[in-house]
Ligand binder design. Structure first.
Ligand SMILES: NC(=O)C1=CN([C@@H]2O[C@H](COP(=O)(O)OP(=O)(O)OC[C@H]3O[C@@H](n4cnc5c(N)ncnc54)[C@H](OP(=O)(O)O)[C@@H]3O)[C@@H](O)[C@H]2O)C=CC1
Ligand SMILES: O=CCCC(=O)O
Length: 345
């Protein structure tokens, strides 16, 4: 632990508090705590050095959707210099008032920045941003790193990695666990794999974006881990929806079901957070259902590779597909609950 004097600053917004999330106040002294697999803000000998390091890091950010927006804002509020790009370019404008620059194309962003992060919807988007005209590949070169944090399959990640490395660049996949709120609060769980040197260089950024980073080895392992986690999550959401529906059909109060669940062995943050809004039919999107169905599909493809029978995941995928066919793809993935109500009529 490194101790240093810190001026006490109160009354900041949550985003600004994110700077200090690794800092514990002890009688006017503060300690940088290592909570990131052996690496964290303690790498800097003092907060002053961390700030200098951040200001020197020119970071590109591609994809300002639900997750990308929160992540790019956290980087900006933590003192990084950030250049943003989004396919719908007008979404970049609001970032300028937070100190960001705008890049006209992915290539322009990579040209300007030593490190570029991408947070895009799916494999097609991740490939397009790299390989299409004005894409990342046109400007990636030795000394530049590309960090794809989108949820994609291992093959997509490998294709991108090979292309980046063939141009002399470094590649890291780093999908995340955690949704809109953890992204806003800098509390994501980062599942990185690929170039280990780039992983280590990325830790000052990951310290801002997440609460824990894992380095999982070769390219593809981050994607695989993420798909396994989301396959479990999607299956749980379907079991939960069936439980809520069965409780209602049986004349039980679904709120009481939530209370019972929360006290027992299967209590979990997802039931606790999503349950009350599901009961109110509120599906304001944190994790869009279309992305959850994409993840189920990709996880099932991973199961195919290993001839693994996954009947629960397969049934859950069908439910998410049905929800998409009902026009619910842009709502939160908890809207899969609606498919059961549809069956009631
Ligand atoms: N939301 C969540 O809770 C979580 C999401 N994820 C994953 O993170 C990624 C982003 O998710 P999220 O932010 O929710 O998604 P959004 O749908 O909110 O944003 C998707 C982003 O991808 C861009 N995009 C889509 N298609 C293309 C394309 N062909 N070319 C270039 N850009 C494209 C969109 O641009 P445009 O604005 O122009 O449409 C937008 O910036 C996904 O892979 C998702 O699975 C991971 C953890 C949690
Ligand atoms: O990919 C989305 C994951 C959402 C979550 O972990 O809550």
């Amino acid at each position: 632990m490194t101790f240093f004097l810190l001026p006490i600053s109160l009354g900041r917004s949550v985003a600004h508090l994110n700077h200090y999330k690794n800092i514990i106040f002890v009688f006017g002294l503060a300690a940088c705590v290592d909570n990131k697999e052996g690496v964290s803000t303690q790498k800097c000998s003092a907060e002053r050095d961390c700030e200098k390091k951040k200001k020197k890091m020119e970071i590109g950010f591609l994809g300002l959707g639900i997750m990308g927006k929160a992540m790019a804002l956290n980087l900006l509020h933590s003192g990084f210099k950030v250049t943003v790009w989004n396919r719908t370019l007008s979404k970049c404008d609001e970032f300028v008032e937070h100190g960001a620059s705008i890049g006209e194309t992915p290539a322009a962003v990579v040209k300007k920045c030593k490190y570029t992060i991408a947070m895009l919807s799916d494999p097609a988007a991740a490939l397009s941003v790299v390989f299409d005209k004005d894409g990342v590949l046109e400007q990636i070169s030795k000394g530049k790193g590309y960090i794809d944090m989108s949820t994609v399959d291992a093959d997509t990640s490998a294709k991108i990695s090979e292309a980046i490395v063939s141009k002399g660049g470094q590649f890291l996949e780093a999908p995340v666990s955690g949704s809109k709120k953890p992204a806003e609060d800098g509390q994501l769980i980062i599942l990185a794999a690929g170039d280990e040197a780039l992983y280590k260089e990325s830790l000052p950024m990951f310290d801002v974006l997440g609460k824990k980073s894992f380095f999982l080895g070769k390219v593809g392992n981050g994607a695989r881990m993420k798909l396994v986690v989301n396959m479990i999550m999607g299956s749980m959401m379907n079991a939960f929806s069936e439980g809520l529906t069965l409780a209602s059909k049986s004349g039980l109060d679904p709120h009481t079901l939530l209370d019972v669940l929360d006290l027992g062995a299967i209590a979990n943050p997802m039931f606790k957070m999503k349950g009350p809004s599901m009961i109110k039919n509120n599906y304001s999107p944190a994790f869009p259902l279309k992305h959850q169905q994409k993840d189920m599909r990709l996880a099932l493809a991973l199961g195919d590779e290993h001839a693994l029978s996954m009947p629960i995941a397969a049934a859950s995928n069908e439910a998410f597909k049905k929800a998409r066919s009902m026009g619910l793809g842009d709502l939160d993935f908890s809207a899969v609950y609606e498919t059961l109500k549809d069956l009631e009529h």
